[in-house]
Design a protein around this ligand. Structure first.
Ligand SMILES: *Cc1c(COP(=O)(O)O)cnc(C)c1O
Length: 404
């Protein structure tokens, strides 16, 4: 997945364009910038690549989610349905606009379980936020149907899935709004950065204003701007956007490499009959940033994960024990630990996550291992990795057979 692996001359050239003018800010300084508008240029390129009308670059994926929610008018009292397997940023963004994160079960796609989503809908629900974890997508068609029926907003957290598609549409472009992250470990990087994409003009305009203190950006050189509503600073800098332009131009190349590496590992692991792979909804194409699979039970998954690490196979994640990505370890959320007090209304309205039963999600995450697909593996490293993985997992499984 990591774009940082292939930082090169193209990125340096784009950054030098900015350094040569010295204009590091994306707005204003019209006379000094010698025609360089890197953030605008990357937004245009994102629109082209993703097939959408509007793109707004911001300072991170977390900012993108926050701005997307605000742009759609989400605020106090509104509920946002999201999965228990995601990165902490998803609920941070919801809380930061004063709304309530409603976490629900996942299924074998490792993202939103449709029945759990339906059960969680209340009169306060405003958004359904699937998170396309580890490069593959939620049941988007079903989610869209639910959103249409209940007049909800479909916001895709596609931070880990840029370049994947569903029914021929880029992930992030299927719903009302989609968000990407360009932090340093994502498929493409700006160093730090993020983006919101949408086809709704109103959301796009709101995102443009909200991410820059509510400035309406009318007129040249920030001279005649007004503030139709409150906003914050979620701007990206020209330096970060410059890196992103180069990386985005290489996205399809990165995806090809990921797909090749993913396919070799998947074919090798397919020889082990006890392994099942994560379900990809029909009509979906992954971005191949991770290969995710299930062992027959939690204990075997733990042992396989340990054996992989002992064999020196790096980049294997057992999310069930990981405190960034699964609800089991999110004590700060469960105990409402913030620096200041969270609004009492939010606490009252939020489900008590210490008490909710997520055994369905435990079942899937407890058996899952995800392997990060790198871009920089040589052919030799790739095949060595494949055979080490097969050996490590087969050993664990045959030992367990002997013990029965
Ligand atoms: C990385 C990530 C984010 C946040 O992106 P940042 O750029 O790191 O703020 C949000 N959601 C998911 C699923 C992510 O993986």
């Amino acid at each position: 997945m990591p774009g940082f692996e292939l930082f090169g001359d193209l990125e340096r050239k784009e950054v030098n364009d900015v350094l040569n003018t010295g204009v590091l800010m994306r707005y204003g300084f019209d006379n000094m910038r010698q025609g360089q508008w890197k953030a605008k240029e990357m937004e245009k390129a994102l629109c082209n690549r993703m097939g959408v009308k509007y793109a707004q670059l911001v300072s991170s994926g977390t900012s993108a989610l926050t701005v997307a929610l605000a742009s759609a008018g989400v605020g106090a009292g509104d509920e946002v349905i999201m999965p228990v397997f995601t990165f902490v940023a998803s609920f941070e963004a919801v809380l930061s606009v004063g709304a309530v994160p409603v976490l629900v079960n996942i299924d074998d796609t490792l993202t939103l379980d449709i029945e759990s989503v339906k059960k969680a809908i209340t009169s306060k629900t405003k958004v359904i936020m699937p998170v396309h974890m580890c490069g593959s997508m939620a049941h988007l068609k079903e989610l869209k149907g639910i959103c249409e029926e209940h007049e909800l907003i479909l916001l895709e957290d596609a931070c880990q899935a840029i370049g994947g598609s569903y029914e021929g549409k880029a992930l992030g472009s299927y719903g009302d709004l989609g968000c990407f992250s360009f932090d340093y470990v994502k498929t493409i990087t700006c160093g730090e950065g993020g983006a919101i994409i949408t086809n709704h003009e109103k959301y796009a305009l709101n995102a443009d204003h909200y991410s820059d203190h509510g400035h309406d950006h009318i007129g040249n050189d920030r001279g005649a701007e007004d503030h139709p509503f409150l906003g914050y600073n979620f701007r990206i800098s020209e330096l970060n956007a410059a890196v992103g332009i180069a990386q985005l131009s290489r996205l399809d190349n990165f995806l090809d490499v990921q797909k090749r590496n993913y396919t070799v590992l998947k074919e090798s692991l397919s020889k082990i009959p006890e392994i099942a792979f994560r379900k990809v909804p029909e009509g979906g194409i992954e971005n191949y940033s991770f290969l995710s699979f299930f062992l027959p039970d939690e204990q075997l998954a733990r042992e396989a994960h340990k054996a992989l690490s002992e064999k020196g196979v790096d980049g294997c994640f057992y999310w069930y024990d990981n405190n960034w990505h699964y609800i089991k370890k999110w004590d700060h959320l469960k105990k409402h630990h913030s620096l200041g007090k969270l609004p009492q209304e939010v606490i009252n309205q939020m489900p008590d996550y210490n008490a909710v039963n997520f055994s369905q999600s435990d079942y899937w995450i407890g058996r899952n291992i995800s392997v990060l697909i790198k871009l920089s593996w040589t052919e030799e490293q790739l095949y060595e990795r494949a055979s080490k993985m097969v050996k490590a997992i087969s050993d664990v499984l045959s030992l367990s057979h002997k013990n029965i």
